[in-house]
Design a protein. Sequence first.
Length: 103
Amino acid sequence: MLETSALVDRELRCVACGSTFMFKVGEQIFFRDRQFTNPIRCRACRNQARQARQADARLCSECSATWVLSAADAGWFTSRGLHLPTRCASCRRSRKHSAVKKD
Ligand SMILES: [Zn+2]
Ligand SMILES: [Zn+2]
């Protein structure tokens, strides 16, 4: 039979939002059977990440929030030979010395 008796629900901490979430025995078996690595994000963040993938969104390198780089924005950066931003809009806004003059 399955060696489920050795497994217990585990509490993991989400790398994205920092909250703890339960990694249930049932999920552990599911992950193990598929040889997935243990989840690093809570369910809400995983759903968010899944939606983000579909929308070509990125993970902010500063706050780990997901944000979408629109095709228009991507074109703006690449057409100027700039690196695509790695931080979300609010993190970029909060940086005073990034000095983007838009007016
Ligand atoms: Zn989370
Ligand atoms: Zn951010």
